[in-house]
Design a protein around this ligand. Structure first.
Ligand code: CMP
Length: 131
């Protein structure tokens, strides 16, 4: 998912290009905005964290670009492409190094396992929206 601050800054095209140039295939793509309730559900695993309220407000603050991506070793390779959660710790050439504003407003989200990728994909897309 490309997050609200990266969308508002006009980085979506460049970020998507980096993803496709890195060998990911688009299975699904959607321009949408989460309600606070939906953002809260998406990030439910972080409910007990001190930043949960801030995270939910931010993720519902503007449109996002949600995608399902396919590639061998996709979860690991995508996390390598986006870089560390905190852009100050992200490697050169990663998406977060180039485009993230802060640890909270960090430009993109990537699933942390195949299991969560399936859950998060189903959150945004019906079966007929996956090709
Ligand atoms: P993401 O990879 O989408 O997963 C959880 C999100 O919570 C993370 O990116 C950040 O947007 C946010 N986050 C993680 N740690 C912090 C923090 N310490 N303060 C604020 N937001 C955070």
């Amino acid at each position: 998912m490309i997050k609200p601050e990266a969308m508002a800054a006009g980085h979506a095209g460049k970020i998507l290009d980096m993803i496709l140039q890195s060998g990911f295939r688009l299975v699904s793509l959607k321009y949408t905005q989460l309600s606070a309730q939906e953002a809260g559900k998406f990030y439910e695993v972080h409910k007990e964290r001190p930043f949960y309220g801030e995270l939910v407000g931010y993720m519902a603050s503007g449109p996002v670009l949600a995608a399902i991506l396919e590639k061998d070793n996709a979860v690991q390779d995508f996390r390598a492409l986006i870089g560390a959660t905190d852009p100050s710790e992200a490697a050169e050439g990663t998406i977060r190094k180039r485009f993230a504003e802060s640890k909270a407003k960090n430009a993109v989200h990537g699933s942390d396992s195949d299991e969560n990728a399936a859950i998060e994909g189903a959150f945004f897309f019906t079966g007929r929206e996956q090709y």
